[in-house]
Design a binder for this molecule. Structure first.
Ligand SMILES: [Zn+2]
Ligand SMILES: [Zn+2]
Length: 244
């Protein structure tokens, strides 16, 4: 029987969730869904403590906020991530996005629950949207899958229709911070009918790099009256010099 093109994609997504639990790093069978095996686990660099606002490790001289945040805090009130962006963390991101291993969204969300607990308790989860053209070519928004998995695990509500990406932005890889900021300027708008005035929001994304994309989202949400905008990512680049 020929499965129509329109059906094949959701069917594959459903099958991914039905496979036996395997290590998200190497594929070895594990005891429960979304766990890493004892060999892969130490290869992840879990984040914790650090700067009150951005979560990055603090210099010995800093009290609770890093120098960069004191100098220019941007539009995001707080930034948290489960792990630092290293080989293993990157492998998950690439396999989710390009290898279509959608079950990995559940794995990421599992490890994002601890940093989520540090953010506003009544916040609505808002996945960073993709532009329509990229959504069509990929078939799904990885940030939306992660946010939906977080909702299933934590019971926190999510709404993928708060923001829309109206401008298709070029790949930010290799751009300087100011080039990135310019590239995403005006790329996001609030969807018609959405009201964020007085609300607490947590943006959800797979990777936080320089923060230009999340900052552009936060700016528009703040302009529309959001009480707070925080960001939660699976992984974040810790040393901007090592941006990939
Ligand atoms: Zn493993
Ligand atoms: Zn900081």
């Amino acid at each position: 029987m020929r499965i129509s093109r329109a059906l094949r994609r959701p069917l594959q997504l459903a099958l991914d969730f039905a496979l036996p639990p395997r290590c998200a790093g190497c594929g070895a069978i594990t005891s429960a869904v979304g766990l890493f095996c004892p060999e892969c686990w130490p290869q992840l660099d879990f984040m914790g403590g650090g700067c009150r606002r951005c979560g990055l490790p603090l210099e010995a001289t800093a009290a609770d906020t890093c120098g960069a945040c004191l100098a220019d805090s941007g539009a995001l009130d707080r930034i948290r991530a489960a792990v630092a962006y290293g080989e293993q963390a990157r492998s998950l991101v690439l396999r989710l996005k390009y290898g279509r291993k959608t079950a990995l969204a559940r794995t990421m969300a599992g490890y994002m629950q601890r940093p989520l607990a540090e953010l506003h308790p009544d916040a609505l989860l808002v996945p960073v949207p993709l532009h329509r053209s990229r959504l069509w070519s990929r078939g799904f928004n990885q940030a939306q899958l992660i946010a939906a998995a977080l909702t299933r695990l934590s019971g926190r509500p999510n709404d993928p229709f708060v923001l829309q990406r109206t401008k298709s932005t070029p790949k930010l890889k290799g751009m300087s911070a100011s080039e990135r900021r310019r590239a995403v300027q005006g790329a996001f708008t609030l969807r018609p009918g959405q009201i964020v005035k007085g609300r607490h929001l947590v943006l959800v994304d797979d990777v936080y790099t320089t923060g230009s994309t999340a900052d552009a989202c936060a700016r528009i949400l703040k302009r529309k009256g959001a009480a707070s905008v925080e960001l939660l990512a699976w992984a974040r680049v810790v040393a901007p010099a090592r941006i990939v």
